[in-house]
Design a protein around this ligand. Structure first.
Ligand SMILES: Cc1ncc(COP(=O)(O)O)c(C=O)c1O
Length: 321
């Protein structure tokens, strides 16, 4: 599912500018060599007003991704926090997907960035519904294990969310959709389960919740962490461990997690129904908990909701600065 609108305003290097002006030069390092780091964050219009889910955790991961690639952040996390707020308010979005991105701009060819190579930051906000479809969220999707593997250890740091890494994700989702699946599951270099093209993988086997560990070439998802926390609160036993592919065919339940995909049940893997072929009770319970939390219907015990300030509050703070 594609984003549905062009937001009128984009935050680019400290300013809100019109969509048409938010462009980069064709010689940009990021365009040729994939040197960007980015995030995907959701703002939900909940019962207590709009709130950005786990904003601080996402921005911390952005800084971590930049550190791995020695990309010096052009602005502070406090500035990026304000940028996320401002871009939502300026576009009058109470619910949207946020995409902060930091990338190397134009400055001549060559892999090694020049000392004066500019690093830019932008934040884009887009209305975006369920990534794998409302129907998928409700009834589950069909996935297939693909032939492309996730990164070998010491090749590409899977825990960083960097632009170039998504060439691998594009191969995964292209192969899966070509075979008629909604999403692909990739194995790691060792043949063990890793993750989807843009989601972490969970399965329920004999009543216990399993997910591959960080060493399985995954992005260490923030939704994954949310689900692990919610599962523990629901007294569901959880286990992060290396998992063989065949457990997908033995599992009672399988689901994918991600900021875009939220918690999407999987109803079949490689044409083999998962359990009864319908989302199972543990998936349903976790979905309920998750949506109650992000929509402000339950207590925010972990301080994960960042309430969107009003336009007046943002103006007042800007004047005070
Ligand atoms: C490759 C990959 N794995 C997992 C995820 C899930 O991460 P998160 O829950 O932080 O969105 C994403 C999405 O960002 C992703 O791109």
């Amino acid at each position: 599912m594609q984003p549905i609108a062009k937001p009128p305003l984009i935050w680019f290097d400290g300013r809100l500018i019109p969509w048409e002006h938010a462009t980069i030069h064709v010689t940009a390092h990021a365009l040729h060599y994939g040197s960007s780091v980015f995030e995907g964050i959701r703002c939900y219009d909940g019962e207590r007003g709009p709130a950005i889910f786990r904003l601080a955790d996402h921005l911390e991961r952005l800084a971590f991704s930049a550190r791995i690639y020695r990309l010096s952040m052009p602005c502070s996390l406090a500035e990026l926090t304000r940028a996320c707020e401002e871009v939502l308010i300026a576009n009058e979005f109470s619910e949207a997907y946020l995409r902060p991105i930091v990338f190397r701009g134009a400055g001549g060819f060559g892999l090694r960035p020049k000392a004066d190579h500019p690093v830019h930051a932008a934040v884009i906000a887009m209305p975006w519904g369920a990534y794998l479809g409302d129907e998928g969220l409700e009834h589950g999707i069909e996935v297939g294990v693909v032939s492309w593997q996730r990164f070998a250890p010491a090749s590409v740091p899977a825990a960083a969310k960097a632009g170039g890494h998504y060439l691998n994700s594009q191969l995964i989702v292209e192969e899966a959709t070509r075979h008629g699946y909604a999403e692909g599951i990739a194995l790691g270099r060792d043949g063990l389960l890793s993750e989807g093209s843009g989601e972490n993988l969970f399965l329920v086997y004999k009543g216990k919740l399993y997910t591959p560990p960080p060493a399985a070439a995954i992005l260490i998802g923030i939704t994954r962490d949310t689900v692990l926390t919610l599962a523990r609160e629901l007294d569901i036993p959880v286990c992060e461990q290396a998992l063989p592919r065949e457990l997908l065919y033995a599992a009672e339940e399988v689901f994918l997690t991600g900021t875009a995909a939220e918690i999407t049940p999987v109803r079949a893997v490689d044409g083999i129904p998962v359990g009864s072929g319908k989302p199972g009770p543990i998936t349903r319970a976790l979905q309920r908990r998750f949506f109650d939390l992000v929509r402000g219907r339950s207590e925010d015990r972990h301080g994960w909701l960042h309430p969107l300030p009003t336009a007046a509050a943002v103006r007042k703070e800007a004047i005070a600065r």
